[in-house]
Design a protein around this ligand. Structure first.
Ligand code: NAD
Length: 357
């Protein structure tokens, strides 16, 4: 298969982890007979330094003709004092908007080899954590109008609007049902339908959409209960489908219970290409340039890319298997290090995954 990919390393550890991801992509292309066409472009602080803006037009143009985008991370103290409108994070929001990436997929998977890293009790962790949060990403309260601040009767008021249209709910629900079919065929939709009108519509449309997926089991939870269930027994979840605000919070909660930020990939998808793949962690300026970063979240983002953008499940499974293999052999970067294991740097971890492949 011919694959067109745009690589955006970004800032901090972005460059180091992306080198490892590219090694893995090249190895997969060799092994499975694919043909990779890779371009590189600037985003975040690196783009501000060279072009004065966090998301230059050239980057959007270069990404436009591609099947997928692979992103490292953006941001760092160097750019923290800049005006909010041109901060590195604007690059991320901009690229999501440019390609209408309305569905954010965040798996929270705890490799059994890393179960000591989990913050939960061993008896809970023993049941396993392997879930996927599908979060609506381009609508809801973060984008709803009207929004703002005003003076009413001499007092300051501030307000935002939580709003969804039926088609916005339906398209993200479809992503969740399709994803569930590739997993354990269960979707739990999370809302606050006992209080919010917007959640009542959410639930109604999710139920309607579910009729086309009779093979997928649908359940519903209120968001407060979902937050509790995630720490009480995360093994009950397969796919969690939720709106932008609730998904922001629940996907971070799901990530932190696995205890390993450096291990978790993500995908953001629209109705057409390119989709965007990135690790969930940031640019880790505290360890940048020291060969200390864990590249596995980015390498697992490559696996997600093969699965979701190219429907190459075998290639994705080969990468996931190689990561598991390296962990089973006891190799760890500093962030997931525990006693008796062998500590390696970012570059060596990348090489080990390539060898395991
Ligand atoms: P962070 O995720 O960069 O780092 C948090 C902690 O985890 C740090 O101690 C870091 O060293 C460690 N860490 C993160 N990823 C790691 C990895 N792969 N291997 C080993 N250790 C890792 O979050 P932060 O410190 O809050 O933010 C730093 C910068 O990153 C900020 O400018 C922030 O805005 C930005 N940020 C970017 C993204 C993104 O690009 N998607 C996400 C979050 C934060």
């Amino acid at each position: 298969m011919h694959m067109k990919i745009c690589v955006l390393p970004g800032d901090g550890i972005g460059k180091e982890i992306m080198i490892q991801a590219e090694k893995v992509m090249a190895r997969i292309a060799d092994l499975f007979g694919h043909d990779l066409e890779i371009d590189h472009a600037l985003i975040g602080g690196a783009a501000i330094d060279e072009k004065g803006v966090p998301l230059p037009d050239e980057t959007i143009e270069l990404c436009s003709g591609k099947d997928a985008i692979l992103l490292g991370a953006v941001g760092g103290p160097k750019w923290d004092e800049l005006d909010k409108a041109i901060r590195p994070e604007k690059g991320l929001l901009g690229i999501r908007k440019a390609f209408d990436l309305f569905a954010n997929l965040r798996p929270a998977l705890l490799f059994p080899e890393l179960k000591d890293a989990s913050l939960l009790r061993p008896d809970i962790v023993d049941k396993g954590i392997d879930l996927l949060v599908v979060r609506e990403l381009t609508s809801g309260i973060y984008f709803g109008e009207p929004r703002g601040e005003e003076i009413r009767n001499g007092r300051k008021f501030a307000f935002n609007t939580m709003i969804y249209s039926e088609d916005e709910i339906e398209r993200v629900a479809r992503v969740a049902f399709e994803a569930a079919r590739k997993r354990r065929s269960k979707v739990c939709s999370v809302d606050k339908a006992n209080v919010l009108d917007v959640s009542q519509l959410w639930r109604e449309i999710v139920i309607e959409t579910a009729r086309e997926y009779p093979d997928v089991e649908l359940s519903h939870l209120y968001v407060d209960n979902a937050a509790m269930q995630l720490v009480r027994d995360p093994s009950q979840f397969d796919v969690i489908l939720t709106s932008n605000l609730f998904g922001d919070i629940l996907s971070d909660e799901a990530a932190v219970i696995t205890g390993s930020l450096g291990m978790l990939p993500s995908a953001s998808m629209g109705l057409k290409n390119p989709a965007l793949y990135e690790p969930i962690h940031g640019s880790a300026p505290d360890i940048a340039g020291q060969d200390l970063a864990n590249p596995l979240a980015t390498i697992l983002s490559v696996a997600m890319m093969f699965k979701h953008s190219f429907a190459l499940d075998k290639e994705a499974m080969a990468i996931e298997g190689a990561v598991k293999d390296v962990l089973e052999k006891g190799f760890r970067t500093g962030d997931i290090m525990s006693s008796g294991m062998k500590q390696v740097g970012c570059d060596e971890m990348g090489n080990l995954v390539v060898q395991a492949l």
